[in-house]
Ligand binder design. Structure first.
Ligand code: UN1
Length: 522
């Protein structure tokens, strides 16, 4: 037990079992210029299962700035050929990638559950999201619409076309380790860019599986490059590299700010998807059973580790008691365990740091006035839980909106219920946080639903549904500290991965001057 506790100390999960005796786990190298290569550092880090840290999923290179340099050079070399391949041809390759993902869905889902803990149904959903994104976005190969518009002068044609931005650096998180890389990779490729991907240290295997599939379908060498390692070294080297025209980042608001500053230094394009503190509003006319279902799914799906998680529930006083009783009952009955076990409702959290951060917030919640810990609140560490990072599904009730647990992103299985007296109050509380990703309302009243839709300043809004579950053909992203104005997914993502070129064709055979008053110079 003491050993286990030591192993589960305040380290990230990759280091957690370094002391355990075992056979050497499989090594998964970087992918640079079409070759599978180890890092110049010669070092490897371990990717361990957060449900059982004795299970090492694989070893991955601790890469350096030199590896990034090589990957960037490879992506630069491949750029012209890929950009000149007609977009429908690029798309054909991507459709074949979709077929591989379908074929491998189960294997990739199992490996994903092993490396990051969420239950099999959800990792299957993650791979499915990558499949959906691949098919939907590859379809853009035959669209990538520009537009024409009248010119100011006769015998002159005006149009706008999209051009690739060039070399893209993709920095991706661990909570959707195949879906989110695909949200960035597929549009980048269909638009004619080349990429270097740096996946989260906790989940390199799922990105490896995606990149390996790219190799299998014949995406040319150098078009997609994978470099694993630490954010402070490889992430920073990628972000700072003068040849990288665009950084697309998903992760914390704090890291996002560093990425954005670094991009600003060299005028690079930067698209950010960051934190959330999403709210479900439950009005007195709501179908309470349905609202409880939505809150349970939104708060505890992926162990609450979604940027769209329902970490606040604002409930009208008239149904408050009924709602909270049911929510607490449901939360208590969730089966926590290994995500590979079909009976499990909720898996572990990602690593020791996350565990301590979440438990820290639970402590803060208990210290803060007026919030009541209605259920959960503890780490599970006996028996089947002894070697993993498990936290009980936790509900705080009777909270007030200014509390830290009602303001800050916890990114764990913790939700905070706040009573209100009116829709206006609910909307004010809903908007009263620094983030603006997703919000939802449960009501049977169409007027209220539309009013809330209009008033909530978020990038995503749901009616009679939870705050999670965005679909890939609609834009995804948020306002305020959640993003910097871009949207992924949908066709809107094309505005990240292309730049507009306005084209004027003058076929008058004479000089025609725009913005010059008609003056006769003859
Ligand atoms: C995230 O949590 O970063 O809308 C992405 C959802 C998922 C994507 C979440 N489709 O919950």
């Amino acid at each position: 037990m003491a050993e286990a506790k030591k192993a589960l100390g305040r380290n990230s999960k990759k280091q957690a079992r370094a002391a355990q005796p075992r056979t050497t786990p499989k090594a998964y190298p970087n992918y640079i210029g079409g070759e599978w290569v180890s890092s110049g550092s010669g070092e490897w880090f371990e990717n361990v299962n957060p449900a059982d840290t004795r299970d090492c999923v694989g070893r991955f290179p601790v890469s350096t700035a030199r590896d990034i340099e090589r990957a960037v050079a490879a992506a630069r070399d491949a750029a012209d050929k890929w950009r000149r391949l007609p977009a429908p041809r690029r798309a054909e390759i991507l459709f074949r990638l979709g077929e591989i993902l379908i074929r491998q869905k189960e294997t990739f889902a199992r490996e994903m559950t092993r490396e990051m803990g969420k239950v099999l149904k959800e990792t299957g959903g993650d791979v499915q999201e990558a499949i959906d994104c691949t098919y939907y976005t590859a379809g853009e190969g035959r669209r990538l619409h520009g537009f024409t518009t009248p010119a100011e002068m006769p015998d002159k044609f005006a149009m706008c076309v999209r051009q690739p931005v060039g070399l893209c650096g993709l920095i991706t998180p661990w909570n959707f380790p195949m879906a989110i890389p695909s949200w960035k990779l597929i549009p980048a490729l269909v638009c004619g860019n080349t990429v270097v991907i740096k996946p989260a240290e906790d989940t390199p295997l799922s990105t490896y599986n995606l990149v390996k599939s790219c190799e299998e379908v014949g995406i040319p060498a150098g078009v997609v490059n994978l470099v694993t390692g630490h954010g402070e070294t490889v992430g920073a080297a990628l972000t700072e590299h003068p040849s990288v025209r665009l950084i697309s980042f998903t992760g914390s608001t704090e890291t996002g700010r560093l990425v954005a500053s670094s991009c600003a230094e060299r005028n690079a394009i930067c698209s950010l998807e960051m934190g959330g503190k999403n709210v479900i509003i439950v009005m007195e006319d709501a179908d309470v059973d349905l609202a409880v279902e939505g809150a349970v799914w939104g708060a505890f799906g992926t162990s609450g580790q979604r940027c769209t998680a329902s970490s606040r529930v604002v409930v009208h006083k008239k149904v408050y008691k009924k709602f909270t009783q049911q929510l607490v009952e449901r939360a208590k009955n969730l089966r926590v365990g290994d995500g590979l076990d079909e009976r499990t409702d909720m898996g572990p959290v990602i690593n020791a740091d996350a565990l301590h951060k979440i438990l820290g917030y639970i402590e803060v919640g208990q210290r803060e006035d007026r919030a009541k810990l209605a259920c959960g609140g503890r780490r599970l560490e006996k028996g089947e839980y002894a070697h993993g990072y498990f936290v009980e599904p936790t509900v705080f009730t009777d909270a007030s909106p200014g509390m830290r647990i009602a303001q800050e992103e916890i990114f764990g299985p913790v939700t905070t219920v706040i009573p209100v007296g009116s829709l206006e109050e609910a909307i004010e509380i809903g908007n009263g946080v620094r983030y603006g990703l997703s919000a939802s309302i449960y009501t049977q009243d169409v007027n209220r639903a539309f009013h809330a839709m209009n008033e909530m300043y978020t990038g995503i809004f749901y009616v009679n549904s939870s705050t999670i579950g965005a679909e890939v053909h609609l834009p995804f992203g948020g306002t305020k500290a959640t993003g910097n104005g871009h949207r992924e997914a949908g066709t809107q993502v094309l505005d990240i991965f292309t730049e507009w070129k306005s084209v004027y064709v003058d076929y008058s055979g004479k000089l025609q001057r725009a913005q010059i008053d008609e003056v006769n110079f003859e």
